[in-house]
Design a protein around this ligand. Structure first.
Ligand code: C2E
Ligand code: CA
Ligand code: CA
Ligand code: CA
Length: 276
């Protein structure tokens, strides 16, 4: 039977409005959460596969929601990007991570790299570098100990501008890594042109190692590519000894994953590492 167009339209409208209302309440919550200091950072160690030393700590944000509890970034980062609230949130994350790095350096607990996820929206923001540099200089952490994790899609919208931004960051001493490597749509030619330090093999290619033949081929190819281009290669989401052994056998440099440690609060991580 033919449906009535007006009726459908009205139905569509009312469900749209409902949707918009939920979204705007969420946006408001998100905005207040930034003001109310409801975001916390967890940290996950990155391990050198040859020495087993901790080379880095990746900062991963969580929202300590007053009603919903601890929220994963999957619940709010995408929306924060759409609304551009990721700009203030991203600066807050950068500041928190540097303050933590500074404390760990002062206590001589950890002197390695602090890795911070940076959204495309931040990279494309005109005064991104000025803003993070102001924070960095105030906290007095060397750019040499900061790694910015960006995704392949960061170069897709405006390759010229983003490559300039990355070049400036590199000149200032920051390290740049490509997160979720292998899942984007970028051509490989940019790898030569951009000032990169590290490729992070996406977790989806690690999960079914060493069993899955396709994943074997893909992870080996990424490791070989990294070697040729003189980039460090880190495997994400390593959960088993078998995965780790496969990565060592195939020349991967470093790993991150539940096998060594889950992301934890700074305090939890400190006691975890003291016990081990
Ligand atoms: P990502 O940057 O790829 O981070 C790795 C994610 O994998 C983290 O999820 C981490 O908890 C999880 N993970 C680590 N090891 C394992 C493992 O062995 N097995 C499994 N199954 N998972 C593992 P998380 O913390 O929920 O973060 C999800 C995503 O949210 C991140 O993916 C990143 O894209 C984004 N994100 C997190 N923190 C930030 C941030 O501060 N800023 C921005 N812009 N994005 C962030
Ligand atoms: Ca990351
Ligand atoms: Ca990743
Ligand atoms: Ca990922």
């Amino acid at each position: 039977a033919k449906t009535h167009p007006t009726k459908n339209y009205l139905f569509y409208m009312s469900s749209m409005t409902e949707h918009l209302l939920t979204i705007s309440k969420f946006d408001n919550d998100l905005k207040h959460a930034i003001e109310n200091d409801e975001f916390i950072l967890h940290y996950q160690p990155q391990i050198n596969l040859h020495s087993n030393a901790i080379i880095g700590m990746e900062a991963l944000v969580r929202w300590q929601h007053p009603v919903k509890g601890l929220l994963s970034p999957y619940n709010f980062i995408a929306r924060a990007e759409e609304t551009r609230l990721i700009i203030p949130l991203g600066l807050f994350i950068f500041k928190k991570a540097l303050e933590q790095a500074k404390r760990w350096q002062d206590e001589n607990f950890f002197n390695g790299i602090i890795a911070i996820n940076i959204s495309n929206v931040q990279i494309e923001e005109e005064d991104f570098i000025e803003q993070i540099e102001a924070i960095r200089q105030k906290i007095e952490v060397s750019a040499l100990s900061i790694e910015l994790e960006v995704t392949e899609s960061s170069f897709m919208n405006n390759p010229m501008q983003s490559s300039k931004t990355l070049q400036k960051l590199e000149n200032l001493g920051y390290k740049i890594s490509i997160d979720d490597f292998g899942t984007g749509y970028s051509s490989l030619s940019y790898l030569k042109q951009l000032p990169l330090h590290k490729l992070k093999i996406d977790r989806s290619f690690i999960r079914d190692l060493p069993r899955d033949r396709d994943d074997q081929a893909i992870s080996k190819a990424i490791i070989a590519l990294g070697k040729t281009l003189e980039l460090e290669v880190l495997a994400e989401g390593v959960e088993t000894e078998e995965q780790k052994a496969f990565l060592i056998d195939n020349g991967c440099d470093s790993m991150q994953g539940f096998l060594f440690a889950k992301p934890m609060s700074a305090e939890a991580l400190e006691s975890f590492l003291h016990q081990n």
